[in-house]
Design a binder for this molecule. Structure first.
Ligand code: GCO
Ligand code: CA
Length: 258
């Protein structure tokens, strides 16, 4: 018997998702994937113009989308931003996707840049999650998804701050699982491999590096951001109610081989 979408485990109809850092790139594609499966999505960014354009884009594609303008790196801004989102509806699904990349060697990185990366990529997930989770617990449960990286498992020269932040984020997923799973909150991670996004544009344009990625990836190619949506829909849906503290690597097989 085929399962109709309405009874599908993957149906997100009636659910509302907040995706941080979703004005573009992976975050916007994750939001689009959740919306395609019925969720109403709240995009977040700290640049009003880009955020507005992204919300307008999803609405023009027929999805229910709104915007929440706040910077995920500041405690006061996160408190106010999340409180504002909660005045217009619940947050059933939180995607901690916001993050930055600063490619610089460990000997050259300034403490300011180190702190900036850790704050944007790791601390932000704590700040937003702990503002969102009390209401999730009060409503009987929820879903938290963190955007990790290949760099949650392996390093690459000049990506030290990013690697440390994404490794820390993987362990924060497990720490949140330890404390919130008993309240029916599932916290998991998605680890992208090399995807064609703004963040990796400089790498894609470097023919030698781009060729290395294609050769090092068993699938023999870069990923397309929309290819991350399936893992997000799975982790946002009833289909993953007994999955907690896990990471799904979407990397074309890169982490599986030497
Ligand atoms: C880099 C890239 C990677 C990718 C991706 C891999 O400089 O190697 O920025 O970090 O962004 O995170 O998962
Ligand atoms: Ca990444």
């Amino acid at each position: 018997m085929t399962v109709s979408l309405t009874t599908s485990l993957f149906d997100l109809t009636g659910r509302r998702a907040l995706i941080t850092g979703s004005s573009s790139g992976i975050g916007l594609e994750l939001a689009r994937g959740l919306a395609q499966h019925g969720a109403s999505v709240v995009l977040n960014g700290r640049d009003g113009g880009r955020l507005e354009a992204a919300v307008h884009r999803l609405r023009s594609e027929g999805f229910e989308a709104s915007g929440a303008l706040f910077d995920v790196t500041g405690e006061a801004g996160v408190k106010a931003g999340v409180a504002e989102v909660l005045t217009t509806g619940p947050i059933d699904i939180l995607v901690n996707n916001a993050g930055i990349q600063r490619r610089i060697s460990l000997l050259d990185v300034t403490l300011a840049t180190w702190d900036e990366v850790l704050r944007n990529n790791l601390t932000s997930a704590l700040l937003v999650s702990r503002e969102v989770v009390p209401a999730m617990i009060a409503r009987g449960g929820g879903k938290i998804i963190c955007t990790l990286s290949l760099m949650s498992e392996v390093g690459r020269r000049t990506t030290g701050p990013y690697t440390a932040s994404k490794g820390g984020l993987k362990m924060l997923v497990k720490a949140m699982c330890a404390e919130w799973a008993e309240h029916n909150v599932q916290i998991n991670g998605i680890g992208p491999g090399y995807f064609e996004t703004e963040m990796t544009a400089p790498l894609m344009q470097d023919e030698q590096f781009s060729g290395w990625v294609r050769g090092r990836t068993p699938a023999g190619r870069w990923g397309q951001p929309q290819e991350l949506a399936g893992a997000a829909v799975f982790l946002a849906s009833k289909a993953s109610d007994f999955v907690n503290g896990q990471v799904i690597y979407v990397d074309g097989g890169m982490l599986a081989i030497l």
